[in-house]
Design a protein around this ligand. Sequence first.
Ligand code: SF4
Length: 296
Amino acid sequence: MPYNGTIYRPPIEANTFLLPITEGCTHNSCTFCNMYQYIPFRVLPLSEVEEYLLEVKQNFGRYCDRIQRIFMVGADPFALSAKMLLERIDLIKKYLPNVNVITMYARTDNIAHKSDENLQALREAGVNDLYIGVECGLNDVLASLNKGYSADETKQQCLRLNAAGIQHCDLLMLGTAGKSRGLECAKASAALENEIKPHKILINTMSAFVGTKLDDDIKTGAFIPATEKENLEEERELLCGLELPDCFFWAAHPLDSIKIEGVLWEHKQQMLDILAWSIGHVNENAITRTSRVGTL
Ligand code: SF4
């Protein structure tokens, strides 16, 4: 299947079957992101999706019956209408009859554009585990990141997902508020997460990538990034404030200087201990948050 752009998926979906659904991002203007910079948003037509599934079926035969989980590829395939998503899910079930969890990235505004009935129908069709770019709990920071939605809007839409029975995995980024505001940001993020109750939280640490507005703003002094110690203190404050015992906390992204992961009721203290030690031993000179590569 010809596909325009790099295929991104959450690190924890490394063993999941990937099915391209869209190219590019409907928003494509967060200040820190260059993942889809030159890739126009495109919905792959049903015929292309079916052609790919047919090819998979022909090449992998009975293996297809073992596939139970699918990740729909694209920056925000949840932007598709419920009708379009359900048409694609019908195709998935035609070729991969045992798939029972369909997961993908979703923006808050993608959810807002769907009715409660739409969400219910998608849940019944198997949509679950949406990866939401929450980033942080401070509205002014989200506005400066040009995220396109506020923390209040994310709260409202994630509560609608919860009511429909659709689990979500929230993506949070350390360092978004810049120098000296990490602890404030962590408190707001923890309060938001405690309310919207994700079943997983994925962390990464903000870095300046070539060609992004963030990179320009750092160079001109318009944005002063947090130190690595501040990033780790933000992470510790966030983790400390989370009251979600069953939530899986994953902070082992290549951009995270300290890799920790675990279920909160069992591993929270252990992860806090690792962070406390790291905060006391961080070597700022050994870490650069300016990208050495072109993209995430
Ligand atoms: S961070 Fe996500 S929503 Fe923002 S531009 Fe990048 S892919 Fe699009």
